[in-house]
Design a protein around this ligand. Structure first.
Ligand SMILES: Nc1ncnc2c1ncn2[C@@H]1O[C@H](COP(=O)(O)OP(=O)(O)OP(=O)(O)O)[C@@H](O)[C@H]1O
Length: 280
């Protein structure tokens, strides 16, 4: 089956597809209002402590921005949440009942944690709609029958996601022909097809035009509430435009947390991060 072969060769190794995922049967319990608890997490690489007794709590439905200088541990923190990196010590709970440190990467994806890496990785030779179909099909185990008839519910789901990501008018276009920003939105749409509880988004506006940044801000804000969204971003104007609460990481732990105004006026944050050239 040529289409399937094409897909297999374009699959990224660092991306988890639900077709490979054994269902864990674990139900998310957010009755205490918190969706993610990272407590006392430390990770050492070759003697260098990249994460240092990190505590981080994320409320269900919030849109949180994580900022911090290069090497602060932001990517490593995301890697711990998704199971790519295992901490030396500490605990990581998804809601009240799901111990992330006991789950494999595919299992973590299947309990509802989706990750968007910085570079868009859409299937360039397929249409926008087919990309969304594939993201859904992964769950339905129907990859070999890519052109299988969709149920009315599946059509409705794709339409809803197309509307959310603002690509209704581009549904028949080849993904490879989209602009950089549109590809990023499509990939967010592909994640949304799995309806994740928690979305981790890595530097979403790198390389975008101002107009694309504004639309991305609207998109991410619209996802909060139904989803919980954690965004790692260096662009301070963008962070200011979306964030209610900002966490500043430095040397592997939380240096400051609060509104954008609060962290911007924090003397320690100014010294280690915002002092010179903003953002780096
Ligand atoms: N696999 C690894 N082996 C060795 N060192 C690592 C590894 N992964 C990360 N590090 C180191 O850990 C520290 C934290 O890196 P991390 O990528 O998490 O930072 P970051 O805040 O995401 O930085 P940036 O803003 O540049 O992406 C860095 O000093 C990095 O060099």
């Amino acid at each position: 089956m040529k289409t399937l072969d094409t897909l297999r060769t374009t699959m990224r190794r660092d991306q988890v597809w639900e077709i490979m995922v054994p269902k864990t049967g674990l139900e998310l319990d957010i009755s205490h209002g918190t969706i993610l608890y990272l407590e006392d997490i430390s990770v050492t690489f070759d003697g260098f402590r990249a994460i240092d007794r990190l505590n981080l709590y994320i409320d269900a439905g919030e849109l949180r921005c994580i900022i911090g200088p290069n090497g602060a541990g932001k990517t490593t923190m995301m890697d711990i949440i998704t199971g790519k990196t295992r901490p030396d010590t500490g605990t990581a709970w998804f809601g009240q009942t799901i111990d992330l440190l006991r789950l494999s990467e595919p299992e973590i994806a299947s309990v509802g944690i989706g990750r968007k890496f910085q570079k868009p990785t859409v299937f360039e030779h397929h249409s926008v709609m087919e990309n969304l179909e594939l993201a859904m099909a992964a769950d339905k185990r129907v990859w070999p029958t890519l052109v299988a008839r969709l149920t009315p519910e599946q059509h409705a789901r794709i339409d809803a996601v197309l509307e959310t990501i603002g690509l209704q008018a581009h549904r028949a276009r080849r993904a490879g022909a989209l602009s950089h920003g549109q590809k990023q939105w499509l990939e967010i749409g592909m994640l949304l097809m799995q309806d994740p509880h928690l979305l981790l988004v890595d530097e979403p506006v790198a390389g975008m035009t101002h107009q694309e940044m504004d639309r991305t801000a609207e998109l991410l804000k619209s996802l909060a509430g139904r989803h919980t969204v954690v965004v790692v971003e260096h662009d301070m104007d963008f962070v200011r435009s979306i964030a209610n609460k900002v966490t500043v990481l430095h040397q592997g732990s939380v240096l400051a947390e609060g509104t954008m105004d609060e962290v911007q006026n924090d003397a320690r944050v100014i010294e280690v991060y915002l002092g010179g050239d903003e953002g780096h």
